[in-house]
Design a protein around this ligand. Structure first.
Ligand code: SAH
Ligand code: SF4
Ligand code: F3S
Length: 479
């Protein structure tokens, strides 16, 4: 989306309505960036670094959209004139990485005092983090959270006009601001937020505290955004939400996720639809049918298990049992045999015994996951699980983790091999990282295939013969 900032008069007061207010601040921030350009004798550069999930990646595209609109050039180098970290706090190692990288930024800033450093995202919604930043990271210029990211242009302006650290954190919001600029990473595919926040309060998870309550976007706004993206060259979309299966429940005219998918399917020119994430407790029969009948919905479902033990699932507040999960997963396998099922697993939740881990491995072997992300439980302050007394010893977690990982690798390898010799459609995403004579494409089931080809194929759907399975990917050739 292009906004004409020339039309905006900076001698007027800032409008109070959104998104007009942000357009006004984009015009004002652009004046500051122009001033900086004169001073430096070159175009100012900025770097956006993303931690965390697809939701954060999409938010970063919004940050980039605004930074480009106000005149920055985008670079991947963190030694830039403006650097922003979009943070994640789902596990402690995500936080530690942010602190580590901040140290390096401080070094750059000492040499370039005009440099501005900003932090946003999930980690900033934790008051202990803000206290620590104020105390020990005084060189940071701007801090904001997840609920007011739409105000980025306004906050950036404040950062130019005010001395000291600018901090703006909201506890929650019911607001969704549409029509702000976005600059996507890939011209041919894009994430789309269909909802924000989460109401599930899984007992280990910090997301509901840092992303607030569940809010769905209006179907009309979603469809319009996708139509605009398609007109701009997008052929694959990923519908994003923490639990897409509860999409639409809180709208004025409630809609189901399956109904939304039916509408998205009708968009002409759109070739592929993905979505993430599906909570098993809310996955409807209607969704299975829509997936089964669809020509566009990809043959991939990410269905987080977390644990295969009913006892642990109860402690996690996941609202399903081992048997219910198995029944659902196996029904999906039966209804849509060529689907790829992937999952998330946590090992070491409070109270977990080796017997519980065995239950998890049992589910892995029965469902035969095509892939799984396995995480070691991380204690998140403020969540109910953090206060549980029966935290598991590190050594036991390590042993269970290794065994679960091995089970996952075995099923994944076996599953991957089942496409050997098939011809499938792949969306070419990029030149192969290691061999520039190859391109890398993504299959409907989310697996990657590498095959001979050039840059002109990027963004195209091509038919590929899957010649050689290498565990998690294929080597192939175009047919
Ligand atoms: N909304 C998604 C997941 C978002 S977080 C869902 O419900 O599936 C992504 C994954 O991180 C989760 O599925 C879970 O496996 C993992 N995770 C969340 N909190 C965690 C914690 N405290 N320790 C370890 N892993 C965690
Ligand atoms: Fe976290 Fe559970 Fe919400 Fe997923 S559904 S974001 S795991 S609380
Ligand atoms: Fe992390 Fe926030 Fe996503 S905590 S996983 S970036 S919602």
């Amino acid at each position: 989306m292009k906004i004409d900032l020339e039309q905006i008069s900076l001698s007027d007061q800032a409008p109070s309505a959104e998104p007009q207010r942000q357009y006004y601040f984009m015009a004002r921030a652009r004046e500051h960036v122009r001033g900086l350009e004169k001073k430096l004798g070159r175009r100012p550069v900025c770097c956006v670094t993303t931690f965390g999930c697809q939701m954060n990646a999409r938010d970063s595209e919004k940050l980039v959209g605004i930074l480009e609109t106000v005149g920055y050039e985008i670079t991947e180098n963190e030694n830039a004139d403006f650097v922003i970290f979009n943070t994640c706090t789902v596990r402690d190692n995500a936080n530690q990485r942010v602190y580590g990288r901040l140290g390096a930024l401080n070094g750059y800033k000492r040499r370039n005092p005009h440099m501005k450093i900003a932090l946003c995202g999930c980690m900033m919604q934790e008051s202990a983090v803000i206290d620590k930043l104020k105390k020990s990271y005084g060189f940071v210029d701007l801090i904001f959270g997840t609920h007011n990211i739409y105000k980025f242009a306004e906050l950036l302006t404040a950062c130019f006009e005010r001395e000291g650290m600018v901090i703006d954190i909201w506890q929650d919001t019911d607001k969704i601001v549409e029509d702000l600029p976005v600059e996507r990473k890939y011209p041919f595919k894009s994430g789309i937020n269909i909802m924000f926040g989460c109401n599930n309060f899984c007992s280990y998870c910090i997301v509901p505290y840092v992303r607030g309550r569940e809010r769905s976007r209006e179907p009309g706004d979603i469809i319009r955004e996708i139509e605009e993206l398609v007109a701009d060259g997008v052929i694959e979309v990923m519908l994003l939400g923490q639990n897409v299966n509860s999409y639409g429940k809180n709208l004025k005219n409630p809609t189901t996720f399956a109904q939304l998918l039916r509408q998205v399917e009708k968009i002409e020119g759109l070739k592929r639809i993905r979505f993430m994430t599906s909570h098993p407790k809310d996955l409807s029969e209607e969704l299975i049918q829509v997936m089964k009948e669809s020509n566009k919905i990809c043959r991939h479902l990410h269905l987080p298990l977390q644990s295969g033990s009913t006892k642990i699932l109860k402690g996690m507040n996941r609202c399903y049992t081992k048997e219910q999960y198995l029944e659902l997963a196996l029904r999906i396998r039966k209804e849509i045999p060529d689907i790829s099922l992937t999952t998330d697993i946590i090992v070491g939740f409070p109270g977990e015994t080796m017997e519980d881990a065995e239950d998890t491995m049992d589910v892995i072997r029965k469902v035969k996951y095509d892939n799984a992300f396995t995480f070691i439980y991380s204690k998140r302050t403020g969540t109910p699980a953090a206060a549980m007394e029966n935290q598991v010893a590190k050594e036991q977690v390590k042993e269970a983790f290794d065994r679960v990982l091995k089970a996952v690798q075995e099923t994944a390898k076996e599953q991957a091999a089942r496409y050997q010799g098939q011809i499938q459609e792949a969306l070419v995403e990029e030149i192969n990282e290691n061999d520039p004579t190859l391109v890398t494409g993504r299959l409907s089931n989310n697996m990657l295939v590498h095959f001979p080809g050039g840059a002109s194929l990027i963004g195209q759907l091509v038919r590929v013969s899957l010649d050689q399975c290498h565990g998690f990917y294929y080597m192939g050739r175009m047919v």
